[in-house]
Design a protein around this ligand. Structure first.
Ligand code: SF4
Ligand code: SF4
Length: 380
């Protein structure tokens, strides 16, 4: 008997991936996918499967990220690189408008300079699907909507790829955001390399996904294919060595505002803001006006900002978070506690980027554990 899962899943052979990319291009998408640059796996514009990171694996630990060769030619064998899809949906720099002084008048030249490419994201992991969902809620899920994010987000086509391996920094399983992707994609692929060959088990998540898949040569997935895919994703879950116990975490952090651990972490934190830059959910921005030396041309830019910068907390009369203790506490308490009050979800999806890219190796999972262990307020 054929099961529903078998009926809904197809096998795409590895040499058809190029055709998937061609089908997306024909539909007018600019394909953004993983590739190797500067000894890291980054997401950038790709035009061919030859640009994918075939045969590379990422080793990650606190303050450490390096690529090394794996034994096979898997295209999606890595975990999470330094960038997330935030780079494209919520760009680091956006020119909001420019203006020119001519004679006695000041004229706005444009206020819609931001192009709206149609992106197809290839290789989105479960944690990053969860992060996109978080940013959807923050940036377009309420009365005040971010028009730039909305313009970019509404036309995105997502090809998600299941993780079949976890880095030592991953802890999505404990955050309930992975490693299995459960929604938010147009197509979902699990890469398999075994005696049956290099292939993908593909599931459809949308009408658009079904249309793209219909243009490709696929065969029905067998029960054995599905079992192999299931085992591969289970392996990624079982490999995770880090976790956060989220039980009562909101109250735990609210009640431990004066915990001595904040002094401990502050003594190590450089307030460099790396953790917020790499975090796929951090969304804070600032606005800067610049003029040329003549004063005749002006531009307004929106740029990523961070709660780790001193100026971020500037309000009338001065900065309210002058110490690194106040800034680290703000970041972690917002991520794991007040985010829940604000947006109904955690601000952390367990991607582990902030652990790998912190230059002094501060580990959010360890900080939560230390506060829980020294908690005298009745939370377990
Ligand atoms: S806080 Fe760290 S682990 Fe959590 S989503 Fe952000 S970068 Fe990833
Ligand atoms: S926790 Fe690490 S990455 Fe974040 S600001 Fe401090 S030193 Fe930088």
């Amino acid at each position: 008997m054929i099961t529903v899962a078998e009926e809904q899943s197809r096998i795409l052979h590895a040499d058809e991936l190029e055709k998937l990319m061609a089908a997306l291009s024909r539909k007018g998408y600019e394909i953004i996918g993983p590739s190797v640059r500067d000894q890291a796996i980054v997401y950038e514009r790709i035009e061919s499967a030859a640009q994918l990171p075939a045969g590379w694996i990422d080793e990650q630990e606190r303050g450490c990220y390096r690529l090394r060769r794996r034994e096979d030619q898997a295209w999606f064998g890595y975990a999470a690189g330094p960038q997330s899809w935030k780079r494209y949906l919520h760009p680091a720099e956006v020119q909001l408008w420019s203006a020119e002084r001519s004679g006695g008048t000041f004229r706005i030249l444009n206020n819609e300079v931001w192009p709206k490419p149609r992106y197809a994201f290839l290789g989105v992991r479960a944690c990053d699907l969860a992060a996109i969902e978080v940013q959807d809620r923050v940036l377009i899920g309420d009365k005040y909507r971010d028009a730039i994010y909305e313009g970019l987000r509404q036309s995105v086509f997502i090809v998600a790829v299941q993780c079949t391996r976890a880095a030592a920094t991953c802890f999505c399983a404990s955050m309930g955001s992975g490693p299995r992707a459960r929604g938010g994609f147009d197509l979902l692929m699990t890469e398999l390399i075994s005696a049956e060959g290099h292939r993908f088990v593909v599931e459809v998540g949308s009408k658009g996904g079904a249309e793209v898949l219909a243009e490709l040569q696929t065969t029905p997935a067998t029960g054995a294919d599905l079992q192999e895919a299931e085992a591969a994703v289970n392996l990624a879950a079982s490999q995770q060595v880090r976790s956060i116990d989220t039980t009562g975490i909101k109250d735990l952090l609210y009640q431990n505002f004066d915990h001595p651990r904040w002094d401990n972490v502050a003594a190590r934190c450089l307030t460099c803001a790396n953790c917020t830059m790499v975090c796929p959910t951090c969304f804070c921005t600032t606005v800067e006006d610049v003029t040329d030396v003549t004063g005749d041309h002006a531009e307004r830019w929106r740029r990523w900002d961070s709660c780790f910068t001193l100026s971020f907390s500037y309000i009338h009369g001065g900065n309210v978070r002058t110490s690194s203790k106040a800034r680290y506490r703000q970041w972690m308490t917002h991520k794991l506690a007040s985010w829940i009050d604000q947006f109904g979800t955690s601000g952390c999806v367990g991607c582990g980027r902030c652990i790998a890219w912190c230059p002094v190796g501060i580990d959010i999972t360890e900080e939560v554990r230390a506060i829980r262990e020294g908690n005298n307020h009745g939370n377990t």
